[in-house]
Design a protein around this ligand. Sequence first.
Ligand code: NDP
Length: 253
Amino acid sequence: MGDLIGKTALVTGASRGMGRATAERLAREGALVAVHYATGKDAAEEVVAGIEKDGGRAFAVQAELGVPGDVHELFLGLEQGLKERTGSTELNIVVNNAGVMGGVKPEDTTPEQFDRLVAVNAKAPFFIIQRALPNMPDGGRIINISSGLTRFANPDEIAYAMTKGAVEMLALHFAKHLGPRNITVNSVAPGITRNSNPLFGIPEAVEQMAALSAFNRVGEPQDVADVVAFLASDDARWITGAFIDASGGTLLG
Ligand code: NDP
C-alpha cells in the first residue's frame, strides 16, 4: 500500500462499476484521483466522500464523452481540480474506463448507434490521451479498458467489440511512441463483471455468466481494479503495449 503517494490519476467513468473500484483502489495507494462521471453526480460525490473518509484524496469531474467538446470540458474540470489541490496540472495516470455497450443484433444496429459506440469507446480515449500527454511527466501510466469480446465471439456486440478492438490499438502504437518517456500504455480486458445491469440480480443469469469463467463466478469490479492498480504501479514498469486478460479465465475456452 502507498505505492502511488504523490501521484495524480484520472479514472473515466468512475461513478460506478470497475471505474469506481479503480478510483478507490488508486486512492488507497495514495494517489489523488479525479473521479470522472457523466450523469451520476451523486454517485461520483459518494465515491469521493468514501475515499476521503478512508483518508484518501479525490475530487469529482463531470463531462459527457462522445460529444463535441467533450475532452475540452473534461480537462477544464480536471486541471482546475488538480491545480487547486497540488498547485500544478501534472497528471501521472490515465485510466480510460468509461464505455457504453451495444446489446443490439447486427441486423438492427443503426449508423447512429454505431457512431455513438465509436465516439464514446474509441474516439474519446484517443483524444483523452492526446490531451493528457503534455501534462504527463516521464514514467506516466495509461491503462485502457478493453473487453474479452475482442477474443470471444458475441454477435449481439459486434459494433461494441469493434470499438474495443480499436482501443487495443492505442496500447500497441502509443506504447512505442511513448517508450522514450518511460510512459507505459496497456490494455486490460475484463470478462463479465458485475455492474448495475439488472441481469446481475437474476440468479439463473448469474449462474450462466459465471459458467463462462474458469473460476465459475462473475468478475467483481475489484478483480479488475487490482489489475489496473498493478499496471499503474512502479512494479509494472517493464510492461508496455500489452493485452492483459483479466477475464477470470473466460478466454481459455
Ligand atoms: P458501468 O456501466 O458500471 O459504468 C459506466 C461508467 O462509464 C459510468 O461511470 C458512466 O458514467 C460512464 N459513462 C458511460 N457513458 C459515458 C459517456 N458517454 N460519457 C462519459 N461517461 C460515460 O461500467 P462497467 O464497470 O460495466 O464497465 C467499465 C468498462 O469496462 C467499460 O469500458 C466497459 O465497456 C468495459 N467492460 C465491461 C464489462 C462488464 O461485464 N461489465 C466486460 C468487459 C468490458 P455515469 O454513470 O456518471 O453516466
